[in-house]
Design a binder for this molecule. Structure first.
Ligand SMILES: [Zn+2]
Ligand SMILES: [Zn+2]
Length: 475
């Protein structure tokens, strides 16, 4: 419930505690409208208050005659609503709990959170990183801009998150079906199992555009953390479409048959010099392994399209049967520096990052407290720094700090003085990773691509990864 005179509170500043929307000393006097509720209903309301008392310093106390401001708790036939924070006009300190509906579930506590000054979780400035609002799933009469502004807009300012992570499980979070026309189609979609890591990011493009390899020692393909899966991996948009593939179907797998990877440069995307740089990286594979990158021919059904979109460095993992998902983006010039082209080509061949290995905890300590604060979430960790305990093949090759697939020490770090990845075994190079294929990378390619017909390939890693590993979480 919004105050009828919003202007009258504009003068309040955060510092003016006694005139602010904060209840002084965490004490919230309340007054239950006489004859509005049964004794049993009052018990339900007070039991919700006691949860606040048990877990926080906040105290809901019956008002006394000298209390100037208090919440009036009403049972009008008008739904569940409350004012947000303490209001100076005491008539507007109201919490309406229409019995019995508004006394069910978390609703009384939800309304009490409003009384304490809290807004809905989807109003947070960072909610677009976590939630996609599917407006077309709303009831038709709600599909207006004004409805959206009043109900689903986020606040870019004048709101405090206290550096607490976005939480799908907050009592202040809407359900998936808030305003939905049909329960088959959620209005709120959690991005970790939806769009996130499946679409291009202009923000990463801006970072890569400003990248200067002379001063930024991190490889360009690490600039996508928080936007692309593990920083530079594009997940398939239709994971279900590949579920039919079985491990035995070699020719429909994510392995490029016979180690031949047809490629195609998006027209007018690269200068001749840039094409030379990319093809030089391919020649390292040719020189050291049986893999061959070859220009596609017209009859080639599957080929990697190499693009130069302003969206960073990334590629899909392995061959996809949906050719639009055989794509490697190398934003010039940053993504052509260092080992980045070879690193992305390794993804195209089906390789993940070295820290994803099941045995990586024996070699690497992940110092989560050195991450940028907004990356210090379980969701970020699961999507970027988790190891795979199954469904990946190491070919019995030892862990290698110098793999071209190894993150740098400072991947996602907030401060270059404090590495995120710390080697547990001695390693004398200044940083992990490589500018070219390391002996173990070559070994891995040979195991995956260069064995004779009786060799048994392990296929379809990505399809078999359980969604929990991919970062979705129960909501
Ligand atoms: Zn609410
Ligand atoms: Zn990568």
């Amino acid at each position: 419930m919004l105050p009828t005179e919003p202007k009258s509170q504009d003068r309040l500043s955060v510092a003016e505690e006694h005139t602010s929307t904060v209840w002084p000393n965490g004490i919230v006097p309340y007054y239950i409208t006489p004859n509005a509720f049964t004794p049993n209903e009052i018990r339900i309301i007070e039991r919700s208050m006691q949860v606040f008392h048990a877990k926080t310093c906040v105290r809901f106390v019956p008002r006394t005659p000298d209390t100037p401001y208090y919440v009036q708790i009403t049972n009008r036939p008008a739904g569940c609503y409350a004012s947000v924070g303490r209001v100076q006009d005491n008539n507007q300190n109201v919490m309406n709990l229409q019995a019995p509906g508004c006394l069910a579930g978390g609703t009384p506590m939800h309304e009490m959170m409003h009384i304490l000054g809290f807004l809905h979780e989807v109003s947070r400035p960072d909610r677009d990183d976590y939630i996609y609002v599917n407006r077309s799933a709303l009831e038709p009469r709600y599909q207006t801009d004004s409805f959206y502004r009043n109900n689903f807009a986020k606040y870019e300012r004048d709101i405090e998150t206290y550096n607490i992570d976005y939480n799908y499980g907050s009592i202040m979070h809407y359900t998936r079906y808030a305003g939905a026309r049909d329960r088959k189609y959620p209005v709120l979609v959690n991005l970790c199992s939806g769009q996130l890591y499946r679409s291009e990011s202009a923000e990463v493009g801006r970072r890569v555009k400003n990248y200067d390899s002379r001063y930024q020692q991190q490889p360009a393909h690490e600039l996508g953390f928080g936007y692309y899966y593990q920083g530079d991996i594009m997940l398939p948009t239709e994971p279900k479409g590949q579920d039919r593939l079985s491990v035995a179907e070699e020719y429909t797998s994510t392995v490029w048959p016979n180690g031949i990877v047809p490629y195609y440069f998006a027209p007018n995307s690269f200068s001749p010099n840039e094409i030379f740089t990319i093809e030089r990286a391919m020649q390292v594979f040719h020189a050291k392994t049986c893999v061959r990158f070859v220009p596609r021919r017209l009859e080639t059904p599957y080929y990697v399209q190499i693009t130069n979109r302003p969206t960073g460095c990334y590629s899909f993992i392995g061959r996809s049967l949906n050719n639009s998902q055989n794509l490697m983006n190398l934003q010039t010039p940053a993504c052509l520096t260092g080992g980045t082209p070879m690193h992305e080509m390794m993804h195209v061949l089906g390789f993940f990052h070295e820290v994803s290995r099941p045995d990586r905890d024996d070699y690497i300590y992940v110092n989560r407290s050195a991450l940028i604060p907004k990356f210090q979430t379980d969701t970020f960790y699961e999507s970027n720094l988790a190891k795979y305990d199954q469904f990946v093949e190491t070919y019995n090759i030892g862990y290698n700090y110098g793999s071209v697939m190894h993150y740098s020490r400072y991947a996602g770090a907030s401060d270059r003085r404090y590495p995120v990845l710390v080697n547990r075994n001695p390693y004398d190079k200044p940083d992990f990773g490589n500018n070219t294929l390391s002996p173990s990378d070559i070994e891995g390619i040979k195991f995956r691509y260069c064995r004779n017909a009786s060799g048994i390939y392990r296929l379809n890693w990505l399809q078999q990864i359980p969604t929990t590993v991919l970062g979705s979480r129960p909501v």
